[in-house]
Design a protein around this ligand. Sequence first.
Ligand code: SF4
Length: 294
Amino acid sequence: MDSLKARALLTEHRHYRYRGCAPVPASVADFPGQALGDPQLHIDAWGTVDRPDDDPEPQKKRIARERTAIAVCEACPVLAACRVYANSETPDGHLAEPDGIWGGQRSLDRHRALIKRRQADTTRPPAAVLAEARTDQKQALLAALARETDEELVAYRAGMDVRTANWHRSLLCGLLGLDKDTASREELLGAARRFGVLPERVRIRPDGRWPIAAAPNGDGSRQRRIAPGMPQQIVISGFQHMPRGRRPSPIPAEALAAARRSPCGPRLRLVVARPEQLPLPLPVAASIVLESAA
Ligand code: SF4
């Protein structure tokens, strides 16, 4: 679970204020920082306060302190939510709470459990590879890809040109262990989310009726491999994208109805946004949308 969401679930728990490691209100506390779960304990017993390197805590004292704190955790009303939060992972792959006792578990035990989880997941790329997928540009690209399904809008939102955006999409497929020739957009975003590269709070906009290529190439062959036999939208680079939403169709209603009744349906849709900017003469009138059945 996303660490921010897990933290919200913990702090918004209706019993959060009664947690064992909460400080007793100053007006009734016997000493500042007295822990609610045990009147003899200070809240520092959970070990979240840094100690100077030249003054390490004696081992016996540490073990006794940890045992007492864990005993309080075991009776804590928010134990489960606390454990989920502390063991959740941040977008850069670290434990949400790397230090101290949380949810009745020591930091060392929680790190060991994290390593075990990662070893059990054989499909998970190594940490160094995932770090490459977390560069600012790739994060921007993933956030844009989650929001948009059109390659030009993805590039626009990510703040780069279409070619660079598609190059990053191809690289991300490789980094996350996907085949860039057959991976769909949803598979790429799903892998990014599974490996903690894309935060869970980022909403993924659905593709629509047909899966979209994770990294399209110029002639559309990659899209054909992903969604064989389905209509393709050919996007001409350098053109402004058509406005979204419903537009009046320039094709007569009867012709449209006939095309929809056709057993194979439309096979190709060509969208021309600004024909006057085409480098070559275009054999169609301006602002025309063609739909043809192959
Ligand atoms: S489970 Fe332990 S660390 Fe977590 S809130 Fe309760 S007392 Fe504090």
